[in-house]
Write a protein that binds this ligand. Structure first.
Ligand code: EPU
Length: 329
């Protein structure tokens, strides 16, 4: 276990933020970590970070930041148990090399496996929850290790049991078990993907490459331009509201979902004229309006100001509330 004081916290927005204490731990450190939190760390707030790809720091973190270094990987038939510190895209490349399929459409999503299980990452018609059959957690206060089954994980669109307010900071994900398949069945239904791969019978590698190409075209590379992927979640509105909007904006894209109609926030933001616009050093990305970027030197406040302005514009024009997906820390 590595414990450091006053350490910079990595985040893909490239916003400078330091942790009072930063602890990196492996599986062998779990007991020591719990003892530390019960004694030296007692009473301090705790934040668990993965790759920092869904966080917006509003200042330094006056508490303990935890970072997993659990990198094990084991397979048993079509099950793959993966340590929380694995980078999702590295895992997907690994599964394809090992003839295990299912995760291709999630290629190039930034972040770690632990965060993917908390956030239920999704893209191009797939969601992590479809493949997760177990999540192993450590309860930080007690040291209890628990295995969560899908029916306990309360997965929904960008939602899980771990995102409930009373669960924040309580558990650390140690590993995630995915149920994959030895048979590859392409999932090309999501707009644009079938055209991009150019065949109805692609290989898994072709689908992965098509997803990577589409993402590279639309989404800014966080190495080059600070961002946290989609900044907002797509709102789900009642059917009546969607019908009213459709009659006013017949070209509006929308998707029927279980509890209503999902409207792409990126489309609404673009209609409000915010796509590509800046507010100080923060900007709405010019190729995907759902993404806010740090043009250089932005603070958390700068991004938050832009976020407020964009939400207000969408509310004023469409009467729809959009909310950040990114966690403000
Ligand atoms: N659109 C616009 N203008 C924009 C952006 C989008 O008109 O600036 C329209 C598109 O033309 C399309 C619709 O909105 O008709 C949906 O756009 P897109 O396919 O780009 O997807 P999204 O709903 O904007 C979601 C995810 C992304 C994921 C894509 C592809 C959320 C919050 N975001 O975006 O996830 O890559 O679908 O599946 O659900 C992320 O979470 O970080 C992320 C990038």
């Amino acid at each position: 276990m590595e414990v450091g004081s006053n350490i910079s916290i990595r985040n893909t927005f490239h916003i400078p933020a330091k942790a009072r204490t930063l602890i990196t731990y492996g599986r062998e450190d779990v007991e020591e970590l719990v003892t530390y939190l019960q004694h030296e760390g007692c009473g301090q707030k705790v934040l668990h970070v993965g790759a920092g790809s869904n966080l917006l720091f509003m200042g330094d973190y006056d508490g303990i930041v935890l970072c997993s270094d659990i990198r094990e990987i084991n397979t048993c038939g079509e099950l793959v148990r993966v340590g929380a510190a694995w980078v999702v895209d590295d895992l997907i490349a690994w599964t394809l090399r090992n003839g295990l399929y299912g995760l291709e459409n999630l290629s190039l999503i930034p972040g770690t496996v632990g965060a993917a299980a908390v956030q239920n990452i999704g893209a191009y018609g797939s969601e992590a929850a479809e493949f997760i059959c177990e999540v192993e957690t450590l309860e930080l206060q007690t040291g209890c290790i628990r295995i969560w089954k899908p029916e306990e994980l309360e997965y929904g669109y960008r939602k899980s049991v771990f995102k409930k307010p009373d669960m924040w900071g309580r558990y650390a994900v140690l590993s995630v078990t995915f149920r994959l398949s030895r048979t590859f069945v392409p999932k090309l239904g999501y707009g644009g993907l079938r055209n991009r791969v150019g065949t109805d019978n692609p290989t898994a590698e072709q689908v992965r490459q098509a997803v990577i190409d589409i993402r590279r075209e639309k989404l800014p590379d966080p190495e080059v331009l600070g961002n946290a992927g989609s900044f907002f979640v797509n709102p789900v509105v009642k059917k009546e509201k969607a019908d009213a909007l459709k009659s006013q904006y017949p070209e509006m894209p929308s998707y029927d979902v279980e509890n209503g109609v999902k409207i792409p926030a990126g489309w609404m933001i673009e209609q409000c004229g915010w796509k590509g616009r800046s507010l100080g050093p923060a900007a709405v990305h010019d190729r995907q309006a759902l993404v806010l970027v740090n043009k250089g030197g932005a603070t958390g406040e700068d991004i938050a100001h832009l976020s407020d302005a964009v939400c207000k514009a969408v509310w004023d024009k469409f009467g729809v509330e959009i909310r950040p997906e990114v966690n403000f820390i």
